[in-house]
Write a protein that binds this ligand. Structure first.
Ligand code: ZN
Ligand code: ZN
Length: 393
């Protein structure tokens, strides 16, 4: 067994390589399911370490396995590969070289931390069970996790539990957050199309103005969010787009609202969708207009299971000390497609602090965000400790 000191020196001496690779990935971001270059680099790194890689699961996904003594047992450690359609505002040397595309969620860092873990674990004595390193495409709105599952991820790679990690600028570097139960939200998007009858702006009696009706629907969405559910069960309904009309002297024929719902359970998501539908139809009928309400499912809630989360908490406390572990962090209403994996297998998704002590962190999905390379060895250490602990009796 590698000692803590040997692991320390291994992490330290490879840090420059991983930081350089992370910055290279940052400079060459790729959008969901277009992660060809990134997947090539991941596969090359893994093959250099002696792994056999499997490509093409979930289109651009990459998987490599470290066989354990018992082939019946296996876990997935998962990172995501994709970037976002954001124009980077940073001007440092490794800023994005692709206009309008940016690693603003730190998936470049997630990828490198998992590669680091693959390197360290490969050099250690064989584990009792198999570790599958899963590099997943299309997390940002592409449901790449679902696509990998649909492509047979869990049939091809025997998996009894799944583990994920996301950097979190709201936590200081070196600290972790986790909780049993939902840690991120279920989400759906909606489009409400109200159809009235167009007319001259000065002759509303000849038409049926959809705008006041649409405005009522916006306000009623807030009433549903506030009054149709248990107040201690979080949910948000945000109407984010309001479109009607082309000029200031014509009552338009239609008005369109678009927005997002987030909850911590699929059941509440279904209920709020139902209530929005009923409300819109009722208001439209009373007004004499027509309405079409469409929902587009996004991601399920990311729900951590109790046994695996207690184990992860123990691993984190033993590896980093009690002061670095925030058990029972509040859930976030952001969404994460790792929720699809947690629907299929037990497991845990943790937050790894990403805030450097000397500068205010930019938030995720912000044009000035950058992954903090100082946490690469921290993330590697967690993955390694988790893999070692998981298969212990
Ligand atoms: Zn993101
Ligand atoms: Zn992300």
């Amino acid at each position: 067994m590698e000692t803590a000191t040997e692991l320390d020196s291994s992490l330290t001496c490879h840090h420059a390589h991983w930081a350089k690779l992370r910055q290279d990935l940052h400079a060459h971001p790729e959008l969901r399911f277009e992660e060809e270059r990134t997947a090539d680099i991941v596969a090359r790194e893994l093959e250099t370490l002696g792994y056999t890689t499997v490509r093409g699961i979930g289109k651009t996904g990459v998987v490599a396995s470290l066989p354990g003594a018992n082939p019946e047992r296996g876990i997935v450690l998962r990172a995501d590969l994709d970037a976002l359609p954001i124009h980077e505002a940073n001007d440092f040397a490794h800023a994005s070289r692709t206009a309008g595309v940016m690693h603003a969620c730190g998936h470049d860092g997630h990828t490198v931390m998992l590669l680091g873990a693959a390197r360290v674990l490969k050099a250690m004595p064989q584990l009792p069970g198999t570790v599958h390193f899963v590099f997943q495409p299309g997390e940002e709105g592409g449901a790449g996790a679902r696509k990998m599952i649909d492509d047979g991820l869990f049939e091809q790679f025997r998996t009894e539990a799944v583990f994920g990690m996301h950097n979190w600028p709201g936590l200081p570097a070196g600290q972790f957050g986790l909780r049993t139960g939902p840690i991120m939200a279920a989400g759906s998007r909606f489009r409400i199309t109200v159809t009235g009858r167009g007319a001259h702006a000065a002759q509303p009696q000849l038409g049926l103005d959809p705008i006041p009706l649409a405005c009522s629907m916006v306000l009623q969405c807030q009433t549903i969010a506030a009054r149709h559910k248990d107040p201690v069960d979080p949910a948000v309904i945000s109407v984010c787009m309001v479109h009607a009309g082309d000029t200031d002297n014509v009552i338009p024929e239609t008005a369109e609202l678009r927005g997002t719902i987030r909850t911590l359970s699929s059941a509440l998501l279904q209920k709020l969708q139902h209530d929005i539908q009923i409300m819109c139809e009722g208001l439209a009928t009373g007004y004499g207009a027509r309405v079409e309400v469409q929902f587009f499912q996004y991601y399920p809630a990311t729900v951590n299971t109790p046994v695996e989360t207690a184990m992860c908490e123990t691993v984190l406390r033993q590896t980093f000390g009690d002061a670095c572990v925030h058990a029972d962090v509040p859930p976030n209403l952001t969404s994460e497609d790792f929720g699809f994996m947690l629907e299929e297998r037990p497991g845990t998704y943790v937050l790894i602090g990403n805030a450097a002590p000397d500068r205010a962190p930019a938030g995720l999905h912000h044009s000035t965000y950058d992954f903090n390379d100082d946490i690469i060895p921290v993330g590697v250490r967690y993955w390694v400790a988790l893999a070692q602990r998981y298969f212990q009796p």
